[in-house]
Design a binder for this molecule. Structure first.
Ligand code: G6P
Ligand code: MN
Length: 424
């Protein structure tokens, strides 16, 4: 049976990449029915037209339908692919600037900024979880993906997998730093989303001895908005393991605060400046017989990764993928129902986490702290309990002062009140 795949947030700038991801697996998903939903009718229509014309040009056997009602959109779905940002980029700008005003890194997915985003995302995901068919898989990119996944798993009966493609690009950075080819390289990333580490690496199945390579590491490489190879190398050398690109926020916190302040412009503002041009180009391409839209948002791996997860379940591929799901013994010292990011075998019954062992001691305490924060954040975002919300912020490693936490919470909840019905 061909699947019905509903995309919630189909007007997103990431959609061209998702469409290409679908095209990449067109024969494996032949006959699939795509249902696109978005709160912006304009973006929904343009992406629907784009998808239809790209599929037609490639001869892909997919149908695409735009649906403005969420309830109707998820009806009968086998997969509900969620990829949206409640409040859009203006809300992200607040997430990035409110903590910074108080001397804390302002980031969309981690720290107090990520907490505020969780408070907006979780209620919407819970609504989708309740509206979706009981046997549908929610394939979630909406951030913070791990907190959203945890809230849905513990506060609804739905099935959900949290996605993040960060490890794909991080693997490429580490291949460069270690002087290893990317092809055939398998890294055992484990931890929590945007807080993963690795001390085991295989090349074509053969274990690589990391110690001498880390000791000789020459920090080098061009920085991008989300990856600083020089800092990643410096941390890798000090900690004796491979770090995720987000590790800089924990280990260079005060430097990053200074840099963000000096920059004077949030990442959200940068993207807002770029998006009108992006959508204009998509709109200009969408009606063409063979559209070729820009791939500025997300890069190739973003869409392909999500479609690979769907294919792995649909076709019972038993494929190894790194996902956010319940721990179930994958990481020794984290509780069984903790949501972790870890390698899984993915087939018809969803992800089965592989037994990975223990988090390296150098980063174990930090990982545990992040996990405890995330769990409190999932509960606070679900219930709208302000005391729990304060506890979550106080548990976060970035927060070292109760007064600061209270101020960020008060300002953040007020600024986002239109998206926070649970805190009403
Ligand atoms: C990476 C992260 C995502 C994050 C994105 C932001 O892909 O894994 O979780 O949302 O970067 O990228 P942007 O271009 O919006 O700053
Ligand atoms: Mn991510």
């Amino acid at each position: 049976m061909s699947p019905r795949i509903t995309v919630v947030g189909a007007g997103s700038g990431y959609l061209p990449g998702v469409i290409r991801g679908l095209l990449h697996r067109a024969s494996d998903l032949a006959g699939a029915e795509l249902v696109f939903h978005d709160v912006s009718d304009e973006h929904l229509q343009v992406m629907t037209l784009l998808a239809r014309n790209m599929f037609a040009a490639a001869g892909a056997d997919f149908t695409v339908r735009a649906e403005t009602s969420l309830k109707t959109a998820v009806d009968g779905a086998d997969f509900v692919f969620t990829t949206f940002r409640p409040g859009g980029l203006p809300a992200r700008h607040l997430d990035e600037s409110i903590p910074l005003k108080h001397g804390i890194v302002g980031q969309e997915t981690i720290g107090p900024g990520g907490f505020l985003m969780a408070c907006r995302s979780v209620p919407v995901l819970l609504e989708i979880a309740r509206a979706a068919p009981a046997d549908a898989w929610i394939i979630n990119y909406t951030n913070p993906t791990n907190i959203v996944t945890d809230a849905v798993l513990r506060h609804s009966d739905a099935k959900i997998i949290g996605l993040c493609d960060q490890w794909v690009g991080d693997t490429e950075v580490w291949a460069g730093l270690l002087g290893l080819p990317v092809d055939g390289l398998e890294i055992d990333w484990i931890g929590t989303n945007h807080g993963t580490w690795a001390e085991r690496v295989r090349l074509n199945g053969e274990e690589v001895d990391l110690a001498p390579r880390l000791a000789d590491l020459a920090p080098a490489g061009e920085a991008t908005p989300h990856r600083e190879p020089v800092r990643m190398a410096e941390l890798g050398k000090a900690l004796g393991l491979l770090v995720n690109s987000y590790a800089k926020y924990y280990y260079f916190h005060d430097d990053v605060v200074r840099e963000l302040r000096d920059k004077g412009r949030t990442r959200a503002e940068e993207i807002m400046a770029m998006l009108p041009g992006f959508y204009a180009q998509v709109a200009a391409e969408a009606g063409k017989a063979d559209p070729d839209p820009s791939r500025e948002r997300g890069g190739g791996e973003h869409g392909e990764f999500a479609v690979d997860v769907i294919c792995a379940i649909q076709r019972d591929e038993r494929r190894r993928l790194i996902l956010n799901t319940r721990n179930q013994g994958s990481i020794a010292s984290l509780e069984s129902d903790a949501v972790v990011e870890t390698p899984c075998i993915v087939g018809r019954h969803g992800p089965t986490p592989l037994v990975m062992g223990e988090i390296p001691r150098a980063v174990r305490g930090l990982t545990h702290a992040i996990h405890e924060y995330e769990r409190l954040a999932a509960d606070a975002a679900t219930t709208g309990d302000t005391r729990l919300a304060l506890q979550a912020l106080l548990a976060h490693p970035f927060v070292t002062n109760k007064r600061t936490a209270e101020k960020i919470l008060e300002e953040g909840l007020a600024a986002h009140s239109a998206y926070l019905p649970q805190f009403g």
